[in-house]
Write a protein that binds this ligand. Structure first.
Ligand SMILES: [Zn+2]
Length: 249
């Protein structure tokens, strides 16, 4: 009996010492390699992953519920046939919060993209996902040159997070980006739209999939989503919804 208690205590102390060691290592790593809030640039603590607690609490969530029509969905009215649409964060390029989405694209942000996708998926689950019969997620594709350069497709990483929280599979090969787009910054709105409209081609999909969900990082003019939906509807009579991490209102 005494021996048993001793063994249990030993095991408890062993577990405790691992916990203490982990905390010490984390604290040491924080001192040696300080991490900074992606929003306000202050040092963040070991329990904070990407931003400080204050910035996280003030994150400009869009609250674009799928239960009713919302500004994201209304962006596409009269342009293409969207079943439902939502976005997680209100995106403004001059806001510090745009760093979150920029980091996904430019700073090897695979895990950040998946984490934000997971949080967004959880939010969607509580805000109207049950009203829709989503069959699969379709990430907006990158051109293969860009994919090679970046090493990953940020929309696909966001989709992985959403897939984990909503339990919906990702479908590959539905769309392809054929033309390599140069920076569109200096083009006017119409030529940008015209350029985008020609970039996507339909690859194919199983017949049993009737409701596709396009996943993108950020919606600004909506031209990319519009081009993809038009291309899908040229080939198939299916429902298409949209989920994006950011939305410029
Ligand atoms: Zn902060």
């Amino acid at each position: 009996m005494k021996w048993g208690f001793g063994k249990k205590k030993l095991f408890y102390n062993w577990r405790l010492s691992i916990k203490v060691k982990k905390e010490m290592i984390n604290k040491l790593l924080d001192v040696m390699f300080p991490r900074y809030c992606l929003i306000c640039d202050v040092n963040i603590y070991e329990h904070e992953k990407y931003m400080c607690t204050l910035c996280e609490s003030e994150m400009p969530l869009g609250y674009y519920s799928l239960k009713t029509s919302n500004p994201v969905e209304r962006t596409f009215w009269g342009r293409c046939n969207v079943e439902s649409a939502s976005a997680y964060i209100r995106y403004r390029s001059d806001s510090q919060y745009s760093n979150l989405i920029k980091s996904i694209k430019y700073d090897d942000g695979v895990i950040l993209a998946q984490d934000l996708g997971y949080l967004f998926g959880n939010w969607v689950k509580l805000n109207g996902a049950e009203n829709h019969d989503f069959d699969c997620l379709v990430p907006i594709p990158l051109h293969k040159k860009k994919l090679l350069k970046r090493g990953y497709n940020q929309s696909e990483e966001i989709a992985k997070g959403i897939s984990k929280s909503l339990g919906i599979p990702i479908q590959d090969g539905v769309l392809f980006r054929e033309k390599y787009a140069d920076s569109q910054t200096h083009k006017n709105r119409y030529s940008r739209w015209e350029n985008t409209a020609e970039q996507y081609t339909f690859g194919g999909i199983s017949e049993h999939l009737k409701h596709l969900v396009l996943v993108d990082d950020v919606i600004t003019t909506g031209a990319t989503i519009e081009a993809c939906i038009r291309e899908i509807h040229k080939n198939l009579d299916v429902k298409v919804s949209v989920l994006a991490l950011g939305f410029t209102q």
